[in-house]
Design a protein. Structure first.
Length: 332
């Protein structure tokens, strides 16, 4: 294992401390918790928003913290759900009196821990609710889930809910719009290599040099097919066609597109994939309103990518266009 770390047990703490020390004007780390909070949080009268999940998926989930998106990001250990006490600390830190909404992906551990934290917060008199993201169309149930997994499309839910909250919409409206985004979201991914979790010190799984896994999850969960490596155009068409068919999308509709790298895929390759995705959508009469390309939810140093489609109406498009300025994402 070759990694730029000190001690395995300190990787999450030192990551968050590094972010705080380098960006003190933007965020603060809660003492004793794996939580990064906007420097100006809580904002009075604004619905608070937190996103969370296991570490190892950077820039998820701390990278979404900033104006126009999340008020806090709560991390677990690598590929492990945050614990309820850390989640509760994040909820309290962003509560400006208008309620708090938590956004996370559909994994069994996350559901158990975020639900527990929500009940603890409600017992203390806080108004809290949840949006669960399950955008992965590859498999219905997997190693870590009942139902579909959540993957990189989570970004779109954060963006829509974040814009609604920044516009000072009421709690119920922010919640409804975030859920609307989640319901109109489909993703599918693939992997070329494994990754190495620091605590394990060895690759999570083995895959041949000439193989790829279609439908791989963010933690290395099995996909739907392991096959010989194919050209980028074929891979892109497979991913986007599966996602589009699951709606199903029809000619004349409008989408936002996210081409997400899993940690070790160069932008060159992501844009080659994106080129084929754009060609496929154009050929089927589907308009692209906005496109995002880069690393939004990774899997350590895994090579591969995912394609996410957000089906838009005028309301969702307006919220998607709203400015945002986070540690790793800026839209003017």
């Amino acid at each position: 294992m070759k990694k730029l770390i000190n001690r395995v047990e300190d990787v999450v703490t030192e990551t968050l401390e590094g972010i705080e020390r380098l960006h003190p004007e933007r965020v603060r780390k809660l003492p004793d918790f794996y939580v990064l909070v906007r420097r100006d949080a809580p904002v009075a009268g604004k619905v608070g928003l937190i996103a969370g999940g296991g570490s190892g998926h950077e820039p998820a989930f701390w990278g979404c913290v900033g104006p126009g998106m999340m008020d806090a990001g709560v991390q677990g250990d690598v590929f492990t759900s945050p614990t309820p006490d850390h989640i509760l600390a994040a909820l309290k830190a962003v509560d400006g009196g208008a309620g708090v909404i938590q956004i996370y992906n559909n994994y069994t551990g996350d559901i158990l821990n975020f639900d527990m934290a929500q009940e603890m917060a409600r017992a203390e008199g806080m108004k809290v609710d949840t949006i669960v993201v399950n955008d992965d169309v590859a498999v219905e149930n997997s190693t870590y889930t009942v139902g579909r997994r959540g993957i990189a499309g989570n970004f779109f839910v954060q963006k829509i809910a974040g814009a609604a909250a920044a516009r000072l919409m009421p709690f119920e409206r922010v919640l409804a719009l975030g859920k609307k985004a989640a319901e109109n979201l489909r993703s599918m991914g693939m992997a070329l290599t494994s990754c190495t979790v620091p605590a394990k010190g060895a690759p999570t799984f083995s895959i041949g040099e000439d193989e790829m896994e279609i439908g791989m999850g963010l933690h290395g969960e099995p996909g739907i097919e392991r096959t010989k490596l194919r050209p980028a155009n074929e891979v892109a068409e497979l991913l986007v066609s599966k996602a589009a068919a699951d709606f199903p999308l029809k000619g004349g509709e409008t989408v936002a597109v996210l081409i997400n790298g899993l940690g070790a895929t160069p932008l060159m390759e992501l844009y080659i994939v994106g080129r084929a995705v754009a060609d496929y959508l154009k050929a089927h009469g589907i308009k692209i309103h906005r496109s995002y390309v880069g690393e939004f939810a990774t899997s350590m140093e895994m090579a591969g990518c995912s394609v996410s489609l957000l089906r838009l109406d005028d309301e969702l498009a307006s919220l998607l266009d709203y400015p945002a300025d986070t540690l790793t994402f800026k839209q003017v």
